[in-house]
Design a protein around this ligand. Structure first.
Ligand code: CTP
Length: 402
């Protein structure tokens, strides 16, 4: 999930030629899962139409204090808009608007929203090169930064005047990436390390058969993705799974059996800040896997199974270990079994799933969890997508560790 996903963004557009690029910026934001509301200065409408922007943002575009078209909703409340937003982007930000932002001049809706906004404000200046270099502009950049605004620097290149130099508004992709990087920097988990086990394990019976289970690795991957989106370096130790990894902060180590998972965990557990054990590890494996395919020569077949190492318990028993999160999948007496498991394996948090709950279990995209801490407190959550369940678990880790 993109770090911008679910955020509410006010896009303020002022009257510069780069305003035409805000159509693409709006599209990029919407694609990233952002709710976008657009506020334009009157002169911005000379460069890009409100119709285009309202179509792309799926919201009405506002530019005046009163709404002539709607008798029931006459007043465009700048305070409400300022409070609604998680962040505001002013792009392009002309020299004129910048100067007004510095001096507290409020002569249009966009400036009223800016001065009443409580959220972080990003501004992307756009102007001709000599205006960009003018001492008043440089001073305004500094003043706006000193008010806590984030400047998205302009780029070098051909300008609308035909001149070439600094002053081109940052490209929409650069604006989105600048904000993403800034949000990541503000994350409390940024730079931390987390080991995750995920997926099933396969225990060989012979060269063509194995003992396994229905785990897909989706829950573990959702956790890995959520953590990576918060700037955490994840070591994901994954049993056989078709789930794909595409985040540079996730280092994936593929394993097959519980023994291999155990070895990979112990080779990587040092220096981790957190460890989450979401794998459905096979508790038993064939004592001696056959070297050749077992033929169906007899009426019955008995396999001797021996216990696999309990990976989570082995980490919980270490003298010093990372903040430890285990999972428990139960089919009966869920709470009782989960509390006993948390104690036995020494977890800081135990995530209980019950096979009896609709929306929980293997191979589906939802889960229903109860989080149990090491003081015996239990917090129950409703059925949610695995992505949102991962977010709840990681939020709980943040709460407990920061
Ligand atoms: N686990 C592990 N190694 C094992 C078995 C389980 O690391 N050999 C971890 C799982 O990843 C999970 C937790 O221990 O985080 C609990 O797993 P679960 O299968 O619910 O419990 P078990 O300990 O296997 O107990 P039982 O099957 O008897 O309920």
């Amino acid at each position: 999930m993109n770090i911008l996903s679910g955020k509410k963004v006010l896009l303020g557009i002022t009257g510069g030629i780069a305003a035409y690029k805000t159509t693409y910026l709006t599209r990029l934001l919407v694609k990233a899962g952002v709710s976008v509301k657009v506020v334009m200065t009157p002169s911005a409408k000379d460069f890009v139409t409100p119709l285009t922007l309202s179509t792309l943002s799926k919201n009405p575009v506002l530019s005046t204090f009163t709404n002539e078209d709607d008798d029931n909703d006459m007043w465009n409340n700048h305070v409400d808009l300022g409070l609604w937003a998680d962040l505001m982007i002013i792009a392009p930000c002309t020299a004129n608007t910048m100067s007004k932002m510095v001096n507290g001049t409020v002569d249009n809706l966009l400036l009223a929203v800016y001065t009443s906004a409580k959220c972080p404000v990003y501004f992307a200046p756009a102007m001709d090169l000599d205006m960009y270099k003018h001492p008043s502009t440089t001073q305004n950049f500094e003043k706006l930064a000193s008010y806590g605004n984030f400047m998205i620097p302009a780029g070098d290149g051909e300008l609308a005047s035909g001149l070439s130099g600094k002053g081109r508004m940052a490209e929409p992709e650069e604006i989105v990436s600048f904000i993403e990087q800034q949000l990541l920097k503000e994350q409390p988990l940024r730079g931390k390390k987390c080991l995750i086990t995920a997926g099933p394990t396969h225990e060989s019976i012979d060269p063509v058969r194995f003992i396994g289970n229905h785990s897909t690795g989706k829950m573990g991957m959702a956790l890995a993705t959520d953590l990576a989106n918060r700037g955490v370096l994840v070591t994901l130790i994954m049993g056989p799974s078709s789930v794909k990894t595409d985040n540079v902060l996730i280092e994936r180590i593929n394993v097959i059996s519980a023994q291999e998972m155990y070895e990979a965990v112990h080779a990587n557990i040092n220096n981790q800040d957190y460890a989450i054990f979401s794998a459905a590890v096979a508790d038993y494996k064939p004592a001696i896997p056959a070297h050749q395919k077992i033929k169906k020569s007899s009426e019955t077949l008995t396999l001797e199974l021996v216990k696999n190492p309990d990976i989570l318990a082995s980490v919980g028993a270490m003298e010093s270990h990372p903040f430890l999160v285990g999972f428990a999948l139960e089919t009966e007496n869920e709470m009782e079994h989960a509390f006993a498991k948390a104690k036995k394996k020494n977890t800081d948090l135990l995530i209980l799933n019950s096979m009896n709950d609709n929306g929980a279990g293997f191979g589906i995209d939802t889960n229903k969890i109860t989080i149990i801490d090491n003081q015996g407190n239990a917090q129950e959550f409703p059925v949610k997508s695995k992505t949102l369940v991962a977010k709840d678990i990681v939020d709980e880790i943040v709460k407990r560790t920061s």
